[in-house]
Design a protein around this ligand. Structure first.
Ligand SMILES: Nc1ncnc2c1ncn2[C@@H]1O[C@H](COP(=O)(O)OP(=O)(O)OP(=O)(O)O)[C@@H](O)[C@H]1O
Length: 365
């Protein structure tokens, strides 16, 4: 278990961490997620002891390590650009931490063999780092970090420099690795998909402040505020309300049933008539709210299709509402083909108003 209490760090007048308090459960894989400059790396470096806090405390497994140097915190660290020893083989790189701790050779050899097996590099043990791919190098870095049996593993965008396919593979691999070794792990990422896929807890940072800490789906489904909603998934502004693009149902004005991208694909009879009969609603002409379509509060606007991008499994439809506000709806392929929309067509767009997020509409994201 790691606890961070009131962590504050300033650089001159700039507050990189602003009173961050966070518990990281033992054995969890927690992602620190946030945009560039939000303070993720500063927080991770403070956990590592590479950064001194202006105020606040860090404990690891009940021991206050705030004033301890990195080497006395029992941590393993992997950076985006791993600095391997170029003149040492993969095996020697992984053994490095054990060698400087003067572990007996047979013990070191056995541990290194076990780690190379764990990260799938057994066959490449005799190679030098520049004979490895980027993904293999990062796996070697993880093996090296794990060699000293750290109580905490700190990963700063470890796959950030790799291409999308390799990243996706390594993400899945990291999840499996974590399920095997259960080391308390903190992963810094600015990629919400990576955080939701890999972590069992996600801590969202913005401007040095902790906005929300929760399970991955909870930050998506029940975001604490408009920033979290916008950062952990895409959002559309529909008649002043923020909704998820995959929950928007589109239909031609003359049709009686809508087509939405997922759970709402059979949504029928709508409040679309409100769009023309209530031009005085707060969001302007073409907007209505009601409860008929989704069995819960919903919002409907008239819109014009501006652009259609068919991405394979889904279709992204860009629309303009009556006020010229652009928003995006995401349809699954079957629904999109059934609807057969074209640029310039007029449609009505409806989405349920989630009570948890309905009042985020006033926020600027
Ligand atoms: N040594 C430093 N001196 C001055 N400012 C710094 C220093 N280190 C970080 N900062 C600033 O603190 C803020 C937070 O930086 P940090 O690296 O923690 O952000 P981050 O969320 O990890 O971003 P990124 O994803 O871009 O790495 C940034 O605005 C950065 O410019």
């Amino acid at each position: 278990m790691i606890t961070v209490t009131g962590a504050t760090k300033t650089y001159g007048a700039f507050r990189a961490l602003d009173d961050v308090t966070l518990d990281i459960p033992a054995g969890s894989l927690t992602a620190l997620l946030g945009p560039s400059g939000s303070g993720k790396s500063t927080l991770l470096r403070a956990l590592a002891g590479l950064e001194t806090l202006d105020a606040g405390r860090v404990t690891i497994n009940g021991i206050d390590v705030t004033a301890e140097p990195p080497q006395r915190r029992g941590i393993g660290f992997v950076f985006q650009h791993y600095a391997a020893f170029k003149h040492l083989t993969v095996r020697e790189n992984v053994a490095f931490g054990l060698a400087i701790r003067k572990k007996p050779k047979p013990q070191t050899d056995a541990r290194v063999a076990e780690l190379l097996e764990l990260v799938g590099l057994t066959g490449l043990a005799g190679r030098f780092p520049d004979q490895l791919s980027g993904g293999q190098r990062q796996r070697m870095a993880l093996a090296r970090a794990l060699a000293i049996e750290p109580s905490v593993l700190l990963l700063d965008e470890p796959f950030g420099a790799l291409d999308a396919h390799v990243r996706a593979d390594l993400r899945a691999w990291l999840r499996r690795l974590h399920d095997e070794v259960h080391v308390t792990t903190v992963l810094v990422t600015h990629d919400q998909e990576e955080a939701l896929e890999v972590a069992d807890r996600v801590a969202v940072l913005n401007h040095g402040r902790l906005e929300q800490v929760d399970e991955p789906l909870a930050v998506y489904d029940r975001p604490a505020n408009a920033f979290v909603m916008g950062f952990v998934g895409s959002v559309a502004r529909l008649g002043g309300a923020l909704v998820r693009p995959h929950r928007i149902a589109l239909r031609r004005p003359e049709e009686s049933s809508g087509v939405a991208s997922s759970v709402r694909s059979t949504a029928s009879a709508s409040v679309g008539s409100a769009s023309t009969s209530s031009p005085s609603t707060s969001s302007g002409a073409g907007t209505g709210t009601g409860t008929a379509e989704f069995g819960e509060a919903s919002v409907t606007v008239d819109a014009t299709v501006d652009r259609i991008a068919r991405l394979g499994s889904e279709t992204v439809v860009e629309l303009l509402d009556a006020d010229g506000v652009r928003f995006v709806a995401r349809l699954n392929r079957a629904d999109s083909e059934r609807l057969g929309l074209a640029r310039g067509e007029r449609v009505s767009a409806s989405a349920p108003l989630d009570p948890a997020t309905a009042d985020f509409g006033d926020y600027v994201i």
